[in-house]
Design a protein around this ligand. Structure first.
Ligand code: KG4
Ligand code: ZN
Length: 358
């Protein structure tokens, strides 16, 4: 079947066409168009909803046209439209949903509403590096969400834990702002952290005492790492960074060191909770998803810890281009959900900015 996916939940206008084999569940990505607004929002240090909404209106039709034109497909060949219903910014979501409604009416096509987090989860099903064995554990870490889920063989999901305050990506973005770095925080913090790691490795070959003096003053907590549940909290870490910066008159000269320590605190929490949940729920596969799962250190450290502690487990990460917001993951989620799921009449399709996962 051929599916058009549309995603406009935050600051990316995206459309994609996929070919989905219902029997084998194999996905062929025919087009993946993303118009990112990062350069526009960078000036403001974060996403400005009104600006995002206006950009979506300008971009949605050209983006869908491009996604179609990249393929030989005609709209009449489509089997289904998959659209992000929520959660996200309501004024951003509306552009995608209204466009999908109009196309469903004009082309007489069924439509499936997709939860944005389900989209991230299904980014692991686009080109799985190996067979996904169930039950599976999925850590979704993005700018708006930090959720640990268990997925059964029938692909039903159950939330095991989530953040009580900021999301992991939000911690990166807010940390970057404090360190006077640009938006989005994840890529820039991980860049400086990697630079610092290189410096540390060089020092390792020299005097150990020198290394210690560089590290010593930056001690950051790992909130809730030992809590008796699978929930997360990142706002205390952010405040701890703020206090450290206020105490350190020379922090501007030590930005890479701060990035390294701050990132490591986030990774320690994510890895520790994921391993604990994987053991408790005896899962066979562990998967990452969401924008933060683009992080090289998180991917490497999680892989390493899974190999060491749960060697029988499969560890999967999506292709990097499918970690941040895109419409391929929405089309794939719609494809999986189309089985035994009645498509909704276009008249009943509605945005839900705080849509819950089911
Ligand atoms: O999934 P996504 O594109 O949007 C949401 O659904 O929120 O995730 C965006 C988030 C931002 O907070 C950004 O800082 C973070 O993902 N991010 C990263 C990296 N690339 C993007 N975080 C850590 N390391 C990265 N390389
Ligand atoms: Zn997202």
């Amino acid at each position: 079947m051929y599916i058009l996916g549309i995603e406009t939940s935050c600051d990316e206008t995206a459309a994609s066409l996929i070919k989905f084999n219902k029997k084998t569940k194999q996905v062929q990505v025919l087009s993946n168009i993303i118009s990112s607004q990062i350069q526009i929002h960078k000036k403001y240090g974060g996403v400005v909803p009104e600006v995002a909404a206006r950009e979506h209106v300008l971009n949605i039709i050209p983006v869908i046209n491009e996604a179609l034109n990249k393929t030989q497909l005609k709209p009449k060949q489509l089997d289904l439209i998959g659209i992000t219903k929520g959660p996200g910014l309501i004024t951003s979501l509306m552009t995608g949903v209204e466009t999908a409604r109009t196309l469903a009416y004009a082309w007489n096509k069924p439509i499936i509403e997709v939860n944005h987090i389900d989209g991230h989860i299904y980014s692991n099903f686009i080109n799985p590096q190996s067979t996904i064995k169930f039950p599976a554990l999925i850590l979704t870490v993005s700018g708006g969400h930090t959720i640990l889920l268990r997925m059964s063989k029938g692909q039903e999901i159950k939330i095991i834990g989530e953040t009580r305050d900021d999301a992991a990506g939000e911690a990166y973005d807010k940390g970057a702002k404090m360190l006077n770095l640009s938006y989005p925080g994840g890529p820039i913090i991980s860049y400086y952290a990697a630079q610092y790691k290189k410096t540390l490795n060089k020092l390792n070959n020299k005097k150990k005492s020198l290394k210690k003096s560089i590290l010593e003053p930056i001690l950051l907590p790992r909130p809730m790492i030992n809590s008796n549940n699978f929930d997360f909290s990142f706002s205390g870490l952010k405040t701890a960074l703020l206090y450290q910066l206020q105490k350190d008159p020379n922090w501007r000269e030590r930005v890479p060191a701060y990035c390294f320590q701050y990132q490591q605190a986030i990774i320690d929490i994510l890895v520790s909770k994921t391993l604990k949940a994987a053991k408790k729920f005896q899962v066979k596969t562990i998967m990452l998803s969401g924008g933060v799962s683009a992080n090289i250190e998180l991917r490497a450290q999680m892989a390493n810890m899974v190999k060491k502690n749960l060697p029988k487990n499969n560890f999967l990460v999506p292709d990097k281009k499918y970690t941040t917001d895109n419409a391929v993951m929405i089309a794939v989620a719609a494809a999986h959900k189309s089985k035994g799921h009645k498509s909704v009449n276009f008249k009943q399709i509605r945005v839900d900015a705080s849509l819950q996962l089911k």
